[in-house]
Design a protein around this ligand. Structure first.
Ligand code: AMP
Length: 224
């Protein structure tokens, strides 16, 4: 079983939803840099104040701030983790490799959830997120049992500020420019496994779990 895993994919591809499920069922430490940064913004820390404007604009938060929130947590659980929303550019991927190599715990899988662009906008603008625990829902594809409240903790559901249409467009363009090239980076490292994310949540979840359980080297995808 692969236990040091990165989930890659565009905003709206389903990383957060799938990461929560997989981390729970497979007992992996789920680290979402988006969640960690939102918590810092909410708590009003200096780091949160510096991150906020970047997040509201749909741009990446500077690497040094992201490293601060992530690596203090990753140190404690470097043996079994699922990274969600990190890395998002080449410098972050290289820093992660460097730190994990120094700890003797290199990555063993990168799961790339692929969803066509045309689907992502509707997924993001229809998304509702729990204010309490951060769990994601969708008004159409993944509604909560009781409208407006979280199945898991009963918290209030809301629309994230950066899920509004104009910020979504910026986030997708940042993804294509800076994050998508990481597919080639991880393919070259023999770590990339691409999963079709344009399917029901449970089916995608099963495919991801199969990927985690796959033995041997990941078959490098053909370059298109
Ligand atoms: P997410 O919840 O992953 O969509 O992240 C929400 C926002 O947090 C992003 O649009 C960025 O502004 C910021 N963010 C999250 N993760 C990172 C990261 N690895 N690098 C830079 N900014 C990030």
């Amino acid at each position: 079983m692969r236990r040091r895993v990165v989930l890659l994919g565009a905003p709206g591809a389903g990383k957060g939803t799938q990461a929560q499920r997989l981390a729970e069922s497979e007992r992996l430490l789920h680290l979402s840099t988006g969640d960690l940064l939102r918590a810092a913004v909410k708590a009003g820390t200096d780091l949160g104040k510096q991150a906020r404007a970047h997040m509201e604009a749909g741009q990446l938060v500077p690497d040094d701030l992201v490293f601060q929130v992530l690596f203090e947590r990753l140190r404690a659980g470097a043996d079994a983790f699922l990274l969600d929303g990190f890395p998002r550019n080449r410098a972050q991927a290289e820093e992660l490799d460097r730190r994990l190599a120094a700890a003797g715990t290199p990555l063993d899988l990168v799961l790339d959830i692929e969803v066509p662009d045309a689907r992502l906008v509707g997924r993001l603008t229809g998304r509702r997120t729990c204010k309490g625990c951060g769990r994601n829902y969708h008004v159409e594809f993944l509604p909560p049992r009781r409208s407006g409240s979280c199945d898991a903790c009963g918290g209030e559901l809301h629309q994230r500020a950066d899920d509004s249409p104009h910020v979504v467009a910026e986030r997708l363009s940042v993804y294509h420019e800076l994050t998508e090239p990481l597919k080639a980076y991880y393919r070259d490292a023999g770590l990339l496994l691409t999963i079709d994310g344009d399917r029901p949540v449970a089916e995608v979840g099963r495919a991801l779990l199969d990927g985690l359980k796959q033995d041997g080297r990941v078959q490098p995808a053909r370059r298109g």
